[in-house]
Design a protein around this ligand. Structure first.
Ligand code: C2E
Ligand code: CA
Ligand code: CA
Length: 653
């Protein structure tokens, strides 16, 4: 803005100076033309004057001669010679003035001057320097006779010169006026051009500055919410840290992530999701002071810099206010939406003193807030750092776990509830860490998903499961099926999972229905999944919907997709009692699934009561510690061997 002002200022200054210079030039030109015209006029009148003098000298010479003729005794040769000489010099004066010829061009000027010289030459014997004849009356009369007509001619010349010089002066004056008018117009034109040029330059500069501002906006602000983006946020945080360092104050950094925002996006569409983000941004801004920075890092992640914190205690109040304002319903294009947020809080200089560490701390604290149930804030603590360290090591080790053959598969039977016969088993992955021992998939699967390692691991699980299914089908039970867990990432179009599965089945000559894959509800909300489901069925592989009831999907999704099994999540089974609401839910799910031709598997059956209740409701299969823990293949084989086929499990664990 400042430079904008000064450039305009300088341009105006330059244009004004140029205007002044032009006016000066105009004035000088005007003045000069007048001087020039004056000089020309002066020179022309000088010619007229000299010719007039020439004429009067001719007359004086004539008079002197005439007087001498009338009274020869009074001849004063000296006086006569003086008159002659003056006459002579006058002729020279006129002849050598270059303006004479120009001014009198077209008249008989040259002939007259020539005859004047001829005359003077003819009388040279009497008046010349070198040789002087005595001048008698006869000679004087002769001279007079020649002089009289010459005098008349000189008279004519004098009149002509006056006339010509008058005419010329008038023309000159008109010409000068015209020249001045032309120059004035030229200068005015030049002036207009200059002003136009400056107008264009000023406009260009303004446009350039505007586009530069636009560019900086694009580079520094989030186009959706108009909040500072990651880049500007990092810059501001850096500046604030320097400031707070000087003032010895505190600074709080809040990392905020909306809970379940993905569900809003998936169910109501991205446009509605965008509206929610815009409104959330507005609400966040209202919770903080003008001097605090609220930024959007991307997606549903926001950061808030609270600087000049006299006391770190105020942060709790602000965080509460944020959680409260975000929990109010969102009016989204005629519909109502609800979100909550998880906030991580860290302090400068208490927790860390550089941008990266602070950001990492706040992020870790936010994750803890999420883990503890969302819709809450959590302060950063040193133990989080340790947890983060542990995770980093875990990820590192995970990269080589497959190559080092550290993974194992455990199998948990899936029991037909009416008969107790085991037709299926769920394949559960275990990681035997060289130092930490068995690590639960709940711990390492998220890390494998974050790093993308899940694709290779998942393909390995599928292949191992297929090999195992083939062995057990050949040895024990020809229709035996293994149920393999999958991550949504494996089912994305851009992975090679399908090819890998297909080639596993093909190389083993195994029919697809030896395997069922377990998918999660969130996949059903992805419109493009229907196509991939067709591809899965084309392989003959069956599909089981895992953890049913925990996600965001509604029952209406079920009828859109061709699902073979539905697994009621163990959280519903855990509280199954006569008259409980979970019982009603389970019953509704079973009835609905059956109506849609889907078989139901209940997970997490730990007690006989649960098993009996589910059986009474018509649930097809059950799985849980009541029947067996997940066990290695050899232990599972014992189940086959100890019982006549088909494999049955008694009521005891
Ligand atoms: P899930 O698919 O829900 O698997 C069932 C989990 O419930 C297993 O935990 C199992 O040990 C546990 N469980 C079985 N019966 C009972 C019971 O009666 N009571 C209780 N409380 N729990 C029971 P696990 O083996 O720790 O696996 C945890 C999760 O890890 C699985 O949940 C699944 O989502 C994931 N997972 C396991 N293996 C794989 C895999 O190969 N690939 C992928 N993507 N995920 C896997
Ligand atoms: Ca499962
Ligand atoms: Ca499950």
């Amino acid at each position: 803005m400042q430079s904008n002002k000064s450039i305009t200022y300088w341009l105006i200054l330059i244009s004004t100076s140029l205007l002044l210079v032009f006016s000066g030039v105009l004035y000088l030109q005007f003045h000069h033309s007048r001087l020039l015209s004056g000089t020309v006029q002066y020179n022309e009148s000088n010619v007229s004057w000299n010719i007039f003098q020439l004429q009067s000298e001719a007359l004086r010479f004539n008079n002197a001669l005439y007087t001498a003729v009338l009274d020869p005794s009074s001849i004063d040769m000296n006086k006569l010679r003086l008159r002659h000489d003056i006459f002579y010099s006058r002729v020279d004066t006129v002849t050598f003035n270059p303006a004479s010829e120009q001014l009198l061009n077209g008249t008989a000027y040259l002939t007259i001057i020539k005859s004047t010289y001829d005359f003077l030459e003819s009388i040279d014997p009497y008046f010349g320097e070198s040789y002087r004849k005595p001048l008698d009356r006869e000679a004087m009369l002769a001279i007079l006779q020649q002089l009289v007509p010459l005098q008349e001619k000189l008279n004519d010349l004098s009149l002509a010169s006056v006339h010509q010089s008058g005419l010329h002066a008038e023309n000159r004056a008109a010409e000068v006026q015209r020249q001045i008018a032309i120059s004035t117009r030229l200068i005015l034109f030049q002036l207009v051009l200059t002003l136009l040029f400056f107008y264009i330059v000023v406009r260009q500069i303004k446009q350039l500055q505007a586009s530069r501002e636009d560019l900086s906006k694009v580079a520094n602000y989030d186009p959706l919410t108009s909040l500072p983006n990651r880049r500007l946020f990092l810059d501001r945080l850096e500046q604030e840290l320097k400031k707070v360092h000087r003032t010895k104050d505190h600074l709080a950094l809040l990392f905020l992530d909306l809970d379940n925002f993905k569900d809003i996006n998936d169910t109501l569409g991205h446009e509605v999701g965008d509206l929610l983000l815009q409104e959330a941004a507005r609400r966040l801004r209202k919770c903080v002071r003008e001097s605090d920075t609220v930024s959007r890092l991307g997606g549903d992640e926001f950061t808030i810099i609270l600087s000049d914190m006299a006391s770190t205690e105020n942060v709790a109040g602000i965080s509460e206010a944020i959680l409260k304002t975000l929990s109010d319903p969102f009016e989204l294009d005629g519909r109502e939406g609800f979100v909550s947020a998880s906030i991580g809080i860290t302090f400068y200089p208490d927790d860390a003193d550089d941008v990266n560490s602070l950001l990492k701390n706040a992020d870790q604290a936010m994750y803890v807030a999420k883990e503890r149930g969302r819709n809450r804030f959590h302060y950063f603590t040193a133990s989080m750092q340790e947890a983060a360290q542990t995770k980093m090591h875990l990820v590192n080790d995970l990269r080589s776990a497959l190559a080092k053959k550290e993974f194992q598969l455990h199998y948990q039977p899936i029991v037909e509830l009416t008969t107790g016969i085991v037709h299926k088993a769920e394949v559960l992955l275990r990681w035997k860490h060289p130092l930490r021992g068995i690590i639960s998939p709940l711990e390492f699967i998220p890390a494998a998903e974050e790093t993308g390692l899940i694709i290779d691991i998942g393909n390995w699980v599928f292949h191992e499961a297929a090999c195992q299914a083939q062995r057990w089908r050949q040895q024990y039970q020809s229709s035996f099926q293994l149920s393999v867990n999958t991550s949504p990432l494996q089912l994305r179009a851009d992975t090679n999972s399908f090819e890998s599965w297909r080639s596993s089945l093909k190389s083993l000559e195994l029919p697809g229905n030896a395997i069922a894959i377990e998918i999660t509800e969130s996949l059903l909300m992805d419109a493009s999944f229907a196509k991939r489901l067709v591809a899965i069925h084309a392989m003959g592989v069956e599909v089981s919907l895992d953890d049913f009831g925990t996600g965001y999907s509604s029952m209406s999704y079920l009828k859109k997709f061709d699902i073979d099994y539905l697994k009621i999540d163990k959280s519903f089974v855990a509280n199954l009692q006569q008259g409980s609401s979970d019982l009603a839910i389970c019953e509704a799910v079973i009835v609905m699934a059956h109506k849609l031709g889907i078989m139901v598997i209940a997970e997490g059956i730990e007690t006989l009561e649960q098993r009996n209740l589910l059986n009474a409701m018509g649930c097809d299969f059950g799985q849980g510690y009541l029947f067996s823990y997940p066990v290695p293949a050899t232990a599972f084989e014992k189940l086959f061997e100890s019982r006549p086929k088909p494999l049955t499990v008694t009521d005891q664990k």
